[in-house]
Design a protein around this ligand. Structure first.
Ligand SMILES: Cc1cc2nc3c(=O)[nH]c(=O)nc-3n(C[C@H](O)[C@H](O)[C@H](O)COP(=O)(O)OP(=O)(O)OC[C@H]3O[C@@H](n4cnc5c(N)ncnc54)[C@H](O)[C@@H]3O)c2cc1C
Length: 384
């Protein structure tokens, strides 16, 4: 039977990132994806490569610092996939985040990004507010502009997968993980491919199945305990309206959450919502109330007729189970390796932006568990 050092389950950005990093570290790697690569959460994000200005409100300084440094690396390594884009924050007399709060937040954001080219922010003078085009200006008291970056999440994931394959990793799409059974050394992994069952042996399993992380753990024998999670759905809509090459950072007047209005292949992308799901549906799709919510935020800021919705999509993120609102829960990824069974690592949550740093941490755990191999590449030098 074919033997691998590491079998990764899940071909989203997390699985692709670990496949690339583990293959670069010299491990033999197999990745299994039940659908197409990047066909779930990793194609349904807000497509931002960002530090996450709003995470400063919940003092997630570590996450913001790390994400801002990952943003800088991705701008260098993937210049065709990740590009800088200006963000605009209009502040109205009834905006809950005051001008001072935003000034403070943006200064801290600049500090955490290490004062590079993208860390500059400014206040747009009133005479230039016309650049906001059809955004309402009644009650407007200030406009801030700062920088972050935008990507195509699906193309980025596919490009990381390609890099993993170039480094010698094996991968199968339309290959569903069925079960893993403990052997005297490692695991026997069974998966469904081409309507038949295939089996491989592996020393370690990396569970990168996103929202299905605990469902995957249930298929591993003997059973491995996971973390308690909530599934939080986020929806985006695409409006049939040409968008300028800038992103608007708007506060929902109903619940003070932040909504982004972004350009997307010439049209206008708006998102996202946060709805805690009781259970994970077979097909993840937007709820009517989420679409109404996004349209109402848009309408509260934009003049003119409401454009037609041409597409909507939803993705589900995994957040640690807590009583507080999803908006204020930690967004750092949890790398779960039980001391009783260090051969299984499960990834919970995380960001598209920080996939490289998560992958590096996972590979450290792999090294610690099964030892080092001869490194064949450094992912910090691999262009995407
Ligand atoms: C609405 C929303 C907006 C977001 N916006 C941003 C953003 O702008 N910037 C940012 O940095 N982050 C953002 N994020 C976070 C980011 O999108 C996620 O952290 C990331 O995409 C998760 O990737 P993943 O690989 O863990 O999960 P997924 O992409 O869901 O991948 C898991 C894969 O596992 C596969 N799988 C499941 N079960 C099996 C099985 N039995 N066998 C084989 N394969 C299986 C699935 O098919 C899936 O492809 C956002 C998240 C959401 C939900």
């Amino acid at each position: 039977m074919t033997q691998f050092d590491v079998t990764i389950i899940g071909g989203g950005i997390a699985g692709a990132g670990v496949a690339q990093c583990a293959a670069a570290a010299g491990y033999s790697v197999l990745l299994l994806e039940k659908g197409d690569y990047a066909s779930q959460t990793s194609c349904s994000s807000s497509k931002l490569i960002h530090g996450g200005l709003r995470y400063l409100e919940t003092m997630q300084l570590n996450l913001v610092y790390n994400a801002l440094h990952e943003r800088a690396s991705l701008l260098k390594l993937a210049p065709e996939l990740v590009h800088p884009i200006p963000f605009y924050i209009p502040v109205y007399s009834d905006t809950s985040r005051s001008v001072w709060t935003l000034r403070l937040g943006l200064s801290l954001y600049a500090l955490l990004s290490g004062f590079n080219k993208l860390s500059r922010y400014k206040e747009i003078p009133k005479k230039d507010w016309s650049l906001l085009k059809d955004i309402k200006t009644e009650g407007l008291i200030a406009v801030f502009q700062y920088w972050d970056a935008q990507t195509n999440d699906q193309l980025l994931t596919n490009s990381v997968m390609k890099s993993a394959l170039n480094l010698g990793a094996s991968a199968h799409s339309h290959a569903e993980f069925i079960k893993a059974e403990k052997l005297s050394s490692g695991y026997k992994v069974s998966f469904n491919i081409n309507k038949g069952i295939s089996e491989v042996n592996t020393l370690m399993i990396i569970n990168a199945t996103g929202p299905w992380v605990n469902e995957t753990l249930d298929k591993i024998y003997p059973q491995v305990k996971g973390c308690n999670i909530d599934w939080v759905q986020g929806t985006h809509i695409i409006l049939d309206k040409t968008a300028p090459k800038k992103i608007f950072y708007l506060e929902s007047k109903a619940d003070q959450r932040v909504i982004f209005v972004m350009p997307w292949y010439g049209k206008t992308l708006i998102g996202t919502t946060e709805v805690v799901l009781e259970e994970l549906p077979e097909y993840i799709s937007p709820h009517a109330e989420e679409i109404d919510y996004l349209l109402s935020v848009y309408q509260s800021y934009y003049k003119g007729e409401l454009p037609k919705i041409i597409r909507s999509f939803a993705g589900v993120r995994v957040l640690p189970k807590q009583k507080n609102a999803a908006f204020s829960r930690p967004r750092e990824s949890i790398i779960w390796q039980s001391p009783q069974n260090p051969y299984i690592i499960s990834l919970y949550g995380g960001k598209l932006t920080t996939f490289r740093s998560t992958a590096k941490k996972v590979v450290k755990h792999i090294k610690h568990t099964i030892g080092s191999k001869e490194k064949c590449a450094n992912i910090d030098n691999l262009k995407l």
